[in-house]
Design a protein around this ligand. Structure first.
Ligand code: SF4
Length: 369
C-alpha cells in the first residue's frame, strides 16, 4: 500500500508547519513525492504515510539518482550527552533504517562526542564517555545493516576527517556561521569550528547525501548546500520531520533532565507506567464528561505516541481516534495499553542491544570505538 492521505486523525499542536516551510525555504513533501517513494520502496513507512515527514530539499533528485542507478547515501548522527537516550531520539533513526532497508544504501552515523563539551552543556569529556557506547548500541539495535552502516565518533575518527574539515572550514566565514548558529562572545572557539565536522560526512561519497532529520536541524545543512558546489560535491538533500512531543503537552520536548517529559530507553517498566499514567492527555475532567463529550486526541500526548511509534496499523489508529472522540474510550485504559506497548518495545530493544553488542566492531567505520 502506498496510499498517502492527510488524515483527520493526526495529532495536532499549534505549530503552523506550512509557515515553517515558507520560513525555512524548504519544499512541502506532498502526496506525489510520497507516493513515488512508496512505489520505489514497495510500500510506505507509517511516518511517511501519516505525514510526519512533511518537508524536504531535493528529495525528487535523490529518487532520480536512485532510478538512474547513481544511488545516494544516508547521513545522520547523535551527539552523546550525560544522560541516556529517550524514545524521541530514536524516531529519525527508525526512518533512516527503513530507508536503508528499502533502498539498500549506505548509512553514515556521526557521533560528535565533543559537541556537548564544546557547547558547555557538560563539564568534562569523561562525563559523556559512558553514553558514547550506549548511544551507539541503542542506534545499531534499531536494525541497521552492519555491512552498510558506518558509525564513527569524532574524537576517534578525526584523523580521517581533518583534511576534509579544513577544506570545509576555509569556505565558511565567521559572519555566516554566526548568523546561522547565533554564536556570541561566550562561544568557545571549538564550537565555531565544529560545524565543519558536521559537514564532512556529506562528502564521504561522491553521491547525493540524504539526511532525515527534524526541521530544526535544517540550518546546519543549508551551510553545506552553500559550499558543496565549490568542493565539487552534491548538495545535501533532506527529508524533514515534525517535532515529536514530550509527555507534558502538545509540542513540548522530551528532555532527559526533566524525567516526567520523557521515556528513557533504560526506564524500567514501573517507571514507564508512572510516567505514562501522569502524561498530558486530551481527556476530560470526569469520566461522565468524557462519556458525554468525548476526548480530544488532537492534543493528547498519549495519542501522539501511538501515532509516532506504537501503532503501525492506520486502521487501528483511526479506530482509537474515533473511540476517543465519541467517548467510548477512557484515558485510563488507553494509557495502560500504551504502557504495555512501550514496555514490550523496550524489552525487545534491550535484547537487540545485547545482540548489537556482539557485532559492535562491524558497525564502527574503522572497526574501533
Ligand atoms: Fe488521549 Fe486516549 Fe484519553 Fe483519548 S482516550 S484523550 S487518546 S489518552
Amino acid at each position: 500500500e502506498s496510499g498517502y492521505s492527510v488524515t483527520p486523525w493526526e495529532a495536532r499542536g499549534k505549530i503552523d508547519y506550512d509557515k515553517l516551510i515558507e520560513e525555512f525555504g524548504v519544499e512541502k513533501l506532498g502526496p506525489e513525492l510520497v507516493e513515488r517513494i512508496g512505489r520505489l520502496a514497495g510500500g510506505l513507512h507509517w511516518l511517511l504515510r501519516r505525514g510526519f515527514f512533511f518537508a524536504h530539499r531535493d528529495l525528487g533528485l535523490v529518487l532520480d539518482d536512485y532510478e538512474a542507478g547513481r544511488g545516494f547515501f544516508l547521513y545522520t548522527g547523535r551527539a552523546p550527552s550525560n544522560s541516556p537516550m529517550h524514545i524521541a531520539h530514536i524516531v529519525p533513526f527508525v526512518a533512516t533504517r527503513w530507508l536503508q532497508e528499502k533502498f539498500n544504501v549506505n548509512v553514515y552515523i556521526e557521533i560528535p562526542d565533543e559537541e556537548k563539551f564544546l557547547a558547555k552543556k557538560v563539564e568534562s569529556l569523561d562525563e559523556v564517555e559512558p553514553y558514547v557506547r550506549q548511544d551507539i548500541l541503542n542506534i545499531a539495535a534499531l536494525g541497521f545493516d552492519p555491512d552498510r552502516t558506518f558509525i564513527f565518533r569524532d574524537t576517534e575518527y578525526i584523523s580521517r576527517m581533518y583534511r576534509a574539515a579544513v577544506r570545509v572550514a576555509r569556505l565558511i566565514n565567521f559572519s555566516t556561521a554566526k548568523a546561522v548558529f547565533g554564536f556570541d562572545g561566550e562561544t568557545s572557539i571549538g564550537l565555531i569550528f565544529y560545524p565543519a565536522l558536521q559537514i564532512v560526512p556529506t562528502l564521504f561519497e561522491n553521491k547525493r547525501p540524504l539526511i532525515p532529520c527534524g526541521i530544526d536541524q535544517d540550518p546546519y545543512f543549508r551551510l553545506q548546500r552553500d559550499i558543496a558546489p565549490r568542493l565539487g560535491r552534491y548538495k545535501t538533500a533532506e527529508i524533514l520531520s515534525k517535532l515529536v512531543w514530550g509527555l507534558t503537552g502538545p509540542e513540548t520536548k522530551m528532555s532527559a533532565s526533566q524525567p516526567e517529559t520523557a521515556i528513557l530507553l533504560n526506564d524500567p517498566p514501573d517507571v514507564v507506567k508512572k510516567k505514562i499514567m501522569n502524561a498530558y492527555t486530551g481527556g476530560r475532567a470526569t469520566i461522565e464528561e468524557q462519556r458525554k463529550l468525548g476526548g480530544v486526541p488532537e492534543v493528547c500526548t498519549v495519542f501522539h505516541w501511538y501515532s509516532v511509534l506504537f501503532e503501525e496499523d492506520d486502521k487501528k489508529l483511526e479506530e482509537r481516534y474515533w473511540a476517543c472522540k465519541t467517548g467510548k474510550l477512557m484515558c485510563g485504559e488507553c494509557k495502560l495499553e500504551l504502557v504495555q506497548r512501550i514496555n514490550r518495545f523496550l524489552e525487545q530493544h534491550r535484547a537487540n542491544v545485547k545482540r548489537a553488542e556482539e557485532k559492535l566492531h562491524l558497525y564502527m567505520y574503522d572497526g574501533k570505538l
